[in-house]
Design a protein around this ligand. Structure first.
Ligand SMILES: *Cc1c(COP(=O)(O)O)cnc(C)c1O
Length: 218
C-alpha cells in the first residue's frame, strides 16, 4: 500500500478528536511530501538536526513536532519553528526551551513526558518528579513555554493488558493534573502497534510512523 493509502486507512480508524502526528524520522523529504500531498500537516521527528533540515526544505505550513529525547544544547535550532515539544522531562530542559522561546519572541508549546513503561530505558518523569516540577516557583515564572499536556510511551509488549493499564494510568494522571492546570488539552499516547488501545483509553494525539511510511531501516 502507498503512503497515501496507509494514511487514509489510519484516518478512518481515528475518532475526529484525535490528532495524528505522522512520524517521519529517517524518512526522506520525498516520502514526507507524499504524505503532505495526501493532506497530512503534522509531522514528528526525534532528532533536532534532522527535523531542522526537513523544516528548511519542505512547505512552511507543516507543523513540526519534536517527539524524541531533547538535547538541551540543540533546543536553539528548533526554537524558531517547532510546534510542539513532546519529550520534556526536566525543569532544566524546560528552562532552556523558555530561554530560546524568549529569544525568538515565542511561547513554545510543550508536553511533559511521563515514565509509564516497565522498561528502564524510556525517558520521562515519575509522579513525584511531576509534582515537584509543576509545584516549583521557577516553573510558574516561565513565560515563553506553555504546558499543553502529557506524553507517554507504553511498554513494548504484546500483552495488551499491560499496555492498556499504562495508558489508563496516564489518562488518570492527566485528568487529575487538569484540575490544577486547566489549560491542558493534549494527551499524546499511542504508536503504530498500540494506538487503538491508546485511543480507547483516552488519547487525544497519536504518533504513528511505520504504519504510514513502512518499517524504518535500523
Ligand atoms: C518512533 C516513534 C514513534 C512512532 O513509532 P512507530 O512504531 O513507527 O509508529 C512514536 N513515538 C516516539 C516517541 C517515537 O520515537
Amino acid at each position: 500500500m502507498s503512503i497515501k493509502e496507509n494514511l487514509q486507512k489510519i484516518k478512518e480508524d481515528l475518532p475526529e478528536h484525535v490528532e495524528l502526528v505522522a512520524v517521519s524520522k529517517t524518512k526522506t523529504t520525498e516520502e514526507i511530501k507524499q504524505a503532505y500531498d495526501a493532506g497530512q500537516r503534522i509531522f514528528g521527528e526525534n532528532k533536532i538536526q534532522e527535523m531542522t533540515e526537513k523544516w528548511a526544505s519542505l512547505p512552511k505550513d507543516i507543523a513540526w513536532h519534536m517527539i524524541g529525547h531533547v538535547q538541551r544544547n540543540k533546543v536553539k535550532y528548533m526554537a524558531p519553528y517547532v510546534s510542539l515539544v513532546h519529550g520534556v522531562d526536566s525543569l532544566k530542559l524546560l528552562k532552556e526551551i523558555n530561554k530560546q522561546g524568549r529569544k525568538n519572541k515565542r511561547v513554545i508549546p510543550c508536553l511533559l513526558q511521563m515514565h509509564i513503561a516497565r522498561e528502564e530505558t524510556k525517558f520521562g518523569l515519575d509522579e513525584e518528579e511531576l509534582q515537584a516540577l509543576i509545584g516549583s516557583s521557577e516553573f510558574r515564572e516561565l513565560r515563553n513555554v506553555q504546558i499543553k499536556g502529557l506524553m507517554g510511551m507504553a511498554t513494548f509488549t504484546d500483552k495488551e493488558e499491560v499496555v492498556r493499564q499504562e495508558f489508563r494510568y496516564l489518562k488518570n494522571l492527566f485528568d487529575t493534573l487538569r484540575e490544577v492546570l486547566p489549560g491542558l488539552s493534549i494527551l499524546s499516547m499511542g504508536m503504530s502497534g498500540d494506538y487503538r488501545i491508546a485511543v480507547e483509553e483516552g488519547s487525544t494525539m497519536v504518533r504513528i510512523g511505520s504504519s504510514i511510511f513502512g518499517e524504518r531501516q535500523k
